[in-house]
Design a protein around this ligand. Structure first.
Ligand code: NI
Length: 169
């Protein structure tokens, strides 16, 4: 496994529409593992392949819905994901991005989404997510279409170190 370099704004590859994944071979499995390792090292709760310079439709997420810090986080691999259903309700909250270091912004997202995706072995799955997990999915899936949260944010600003410490990543 290896920690990969995360590309940052305004790197042009972050703006490409990523291509669907068609091969689930050893090389792809290694990439998925490396993306988890890269995300944990950052640290972050989600990472999309364009952020490591690979323009393919792959997202990894590791997040614990439990408020308890000792709860084991759940991992998700979303390959060629699509939102097939979403709530009418939206929520505005503060997001950051590993590819836009040092900044945060207020972004409106659907409160709940149902995502259809393939897993890391190419098997179809459907995942329902709400709250912060739904936000992570929407943020990471935007990366696959070359969209960054700063495109959607009401305002983008540099948080104070005190505020940064209180924000969820
Ligand atoms: Ni991001």
């Amino acid at each position: 496994m290896a920690v990969l370099d995360i590309v940052t704004f305004p790197e042009p590859s972050l703006r490409l529409k990523a291509k669907p994944v068609t091969k689930f071979d050893k090389e792809f499995q290694d990439l998925v593992n490396d993306m988890f390792e890269t995300m944990r090292a950052a640290p972050g709760v989600g990472l999309a392949a364009p952020q490591i310079g690979q323009s393919i439709r792959l997202v990894v997420v590791e997040y614990s819905e439990d408020e308890d810090e000792n709860a084991k986080p759940k991992t998700y691999v979303l390959v060629n994901p699509e939102i097939v259903k979403h709530s009418e309700e939206t929520v505005t909250d503060i997001e950051g991005c590993l590819s836009v270091p040092g900044l945060v912004g207020e972004v409106e997202r659907y409160e709940a989404v149902t995502v259809k995706a393939l897993n890391r072995f190419g098997k179809p799955s459907k995942i329902k997510a709400e709250g912060w997990l739904a936000r992570i999915f929407q943020h990471e899936m935007d990366h696959l279409d070359g969209v960054l949260y700063i495109d959607r944010a009401e305002n983008v600003y540099q948080p104070s170190p005190e505020e940064m410490a209180t924000l969820r990543d």
